[in-house]
Design a protein around this ligand. Structure first.
Ligand code: CTP
Ligand code: ZN
Length: 152
């Protein structure tokens, strides 16, 4: 018998639902989007079952619609995230995240000698590969690849 489809986190009236976030990166997504400092109502569920991700998280932010540029900042930690734009309880648009051309902050340069690792400088990278993410540091020009990618 087929199980009825149930929502593990209540529906929202207006806002943004970010689905398919890897459970292990939920709090990084919250931090990158600054959700810890806004006053809107936010609900989330984590360690939910997902065929694709093993364990996924879902975040529902009432009354907020993000700019693509802001939402794409989560691409490094939630590359498969699906965004659902909700108006009057209806999903009116679905979006996916896209790895941006440049990354400011978020990632750490893997070069121990890089200035960003011993002075208070915001990291800055050019994305040289989007598929298997590879970042070129704007300061030292060294490449940080997916394997060595560390989120700050
Ligand atoms: N959702 C919500 N509030 C609403 C409508 C939808 O929180 N008023 C959430 C649903 O819980 C779901 C997501 O938005 O997590 C997408 O909704 P919908 O497209 O109806 O679900 P699915 O068909 O399961 O979408 P997909 O397979 O694309 O994830
Ligand atoms: Zn560097």
């Amino acid at each position: 018998m087929k199980e009825p489809k149930q929502m593990s986190v209540s529906a929202i009236q207006n806002g943004t639902v970010i689905d398919h976030v890897p459970a292990s990166n939920l709090f990084k997504v919250i931090q990158i989007l600054g959700l810890d400092t806004i006053e809107n109502q936010i609900t989330f569920g984590t360690n939910l079952e997902s065929k694709k991700l093993g364990r996924k998280a879902i975040i529902k932010i009432s009354g907020v619609y993000f700019e693509d540029e802001d939402i794409n900042r989560i691409a490094l930690v939630a590359p498969d995230a699906k965004l659902n734009i909700i108006k009057d309880y209806e999903v009116i648009e679905k979006k996916v995240v896209v790895v941006p051309d440049n990354i400011v902050g978020i990632a750490k340069c893997m070069n121990p000698k890089c200035i960003t690792n011993f002075e208070q400088v915001t990291t800055r990278f050019k994305v040289v590969s989007k598929k298997n993410v590879s970042l070129k540091c704007y300061y030292c020009e060294k490449i940080t690849d997916q394997e060595n990618l560390e989120i700050i």
